[in-house]
Write a protein that binds this ligand. Structure first.
Ligand code: FES
Length: 129
C-alpha cells in the first residue's frame, strides 16, 4: 500500500468535513433515507449516494442528508422522508438513484412534489386524529 501524502490527508479531511456538515440536524431542509435491511437490499445506498451527489452538483450545501433505520414500509423501499419549508412533510417510496436526483431538482429546488412517488401513509393521519 502506498504511503499517504499530506495532500492525500488534507483531501480525506475535507471530504469527511463535508460529510459531517451534511449530517447537521439544524438545517431547514432534511432528507432522511430509510436504510434498514430491506431498504439496503432495495438499493438505498445508491439512493443515498445519488442525493449527496446531486446536491453537490447543484452546489447546495444547506440540506441535511441522513440515514435512518427501518421505516416500516418493506414493500415500497427505498423510502425517503423530505422536510422543507413551504412544502408538506413528504415520504417518497421506491426512490431509485434516478428518482433521488429528481427529488433534488423538483422538490428541493423547484418546490414541487414528485407526485407519482409520494407514499400514502394512512396510519400517520389516524395517529394525528
Ligand atoms: S424490515 Fe422492511 S421496512 Fe423494516
Amino acid at each position: 500500500m502506498a504511503k499517504l501524502t499530506l495532500a492525500d490527508l488534507k483531501k480525506i479531511r475535507d471530504e469527511k468535513n463535508k460529510e459531517m456538515t451534511r449530517r447537521d440536524t439544524d438545517k431547514d431542509v432534511q432528507i432522511i433515507v430509510g436504510m434498514g435491511t430491506c431498504g439496503i437490499a432495495a438499493g438505498a445506498k445508491e439512493t443515498f449516494s445519488a442525493f449527496v451527489d446531486e446536491l453537490d452538483k447543484s452546489n447546495i450545501s444547506d440540506v441535511m442528508v441522513k440515514q435512518t433505520g427501518c421505516m416500516g414500509f418493506c414493500s415500497v423501499e427505498p423510502t425517503v422522508r423530505v422536510t422543507a419549508p413551504q412544502m408538506p412533510d413528504t415520504i417518497y417510496n421506491n426512490v431509485s438513484a434516478e428518482i433521488a436526483r429528481r427529488i433534488v431538482k423538483e422538490h428541493i429546488i423547484g418546490k414541487k412534489l414528485v407526485s407519482e412517488y409520494v407514499f400514502d401513509n394512512p396510519s400517520r393521519d389516524i395517529i394525528a386524529q
